[in-house]
Design a binder for this molecule. Structure first.
Ligand code: NI
Length: 264
């Protein structure tokens, strides 16, 4: 599988659960834009065989290199981003839930899901987009949701891209995120306005906004229920004093991870 084929399969899988992203990409394309992605984000549980390192395999095999690692204080998440030598390719942001920091009951629930992994699952080449390999009841989803949106999302959707993010710098007719956001609202899309539509600042070298989450029908053991799936994101990066574009992730961004713990 080539890099282009990998990104294509991830896009198809993502837009199956978040169809508004395909509609927005089409809208921008019809508007004359040739958009590039800033990053794609994946989520997982921090457990052997399915964590960040496992999800990174298909990217590392195709030339992405691990860059900064992050830890969200009190947020139960670890993350890292990977960057490719080809600057036209998106960064890959992978996070994992630190299970040991969940309540005993949530930990037990997640471990019950992980206990259902079929033999050989963690070795799959397509692990990063393998979908949900376990079954659960709707009440189990709701119990996890009460403690952690993130834990519940992975329980319901399994292994797949959480979001794609458009690089504002690749657009020619939108000078800033406010202009892009206004265009999307004009065309019937809703943005996540919690904390203001635009998160981050020029001082942080990164501004992002994203749509209100789409919804998808998910088949639980006992019921098929429409639940929030994911959003489409837009990022504007600013130059560092050195003149280079900032490539990392900083709070308060889509990836609200407050402390950088390691860099190279
Ligand atoms: Ni993001």
């Amino acid at each position: 599988m080539t890099v282009a084929e990998l990104l294509d399969v991830l896009w198809r899988d993502y837009t199956a659960a978040t169809p508004q992203a395909a509609r927005i990409r089409q809208l921008l394309t019809q508007h004359g834009e040739l958009l590039c992605d800033d990053h794609i984000a994946l989520r997982s549980y921090g457990a052997p065989g399915v964590g960040m390192a496992a999800l990174a395999r298909p990217f590392e095999a195709r030339g992405w290199h691990a860059r900064e690692r992050y830890r969200r204080a009190g947020g139960h998440l670890r993350a890292c981003y990977w960057q490719h030598d080809d600057p036209a390719l998106p960064k890959v942001f992978i996070s994992e839930l630190v299970l040991e920091e969940l309540s005993p009951s949530a930990q037990a629930q997640v471990r019950r899901l992980l206990g259902q992994l079929p033999p050989g699952f963690t070795e799959r080449d397509d692990l990063a987009w393998a979908g949900r390999p376990w079954s659960l009841r709707h009440a189990e989803y709701l119990a996890l949701l009460a403690e952690s949106d993130y834990a519940a999302w992975v329980a319901a959707f399994g292994f797949r891209v959480d979001h794609f993010t458009v690089d504002l710098g690749s657009l020619s007719t939108f000078p800033d995120l406010a202009a892009l956001d206004a265009f999307l609202v004009e065309h019937g899309f809703a943005l996540d306005e919690r904390g203001g539509a635009i998160k981050g600042s020029p001082a942080q070298r990164l501004e992002q906004s994203w749509t209100r989450a789409d919804t998808a029908l998910v088949a639980f053991d006992d019921a098929t229920v429409r639940i929030p799936s994911c959003y489409y994101e837009f990022a504007r990066r600013y130059r560092l004093p050195s003149g280079e574009l900032f490539q990392g992730f900083r709070p308060p961004s889509a990836e609200p991870l407050a402390e950088r713990v390691d860099a190279r």
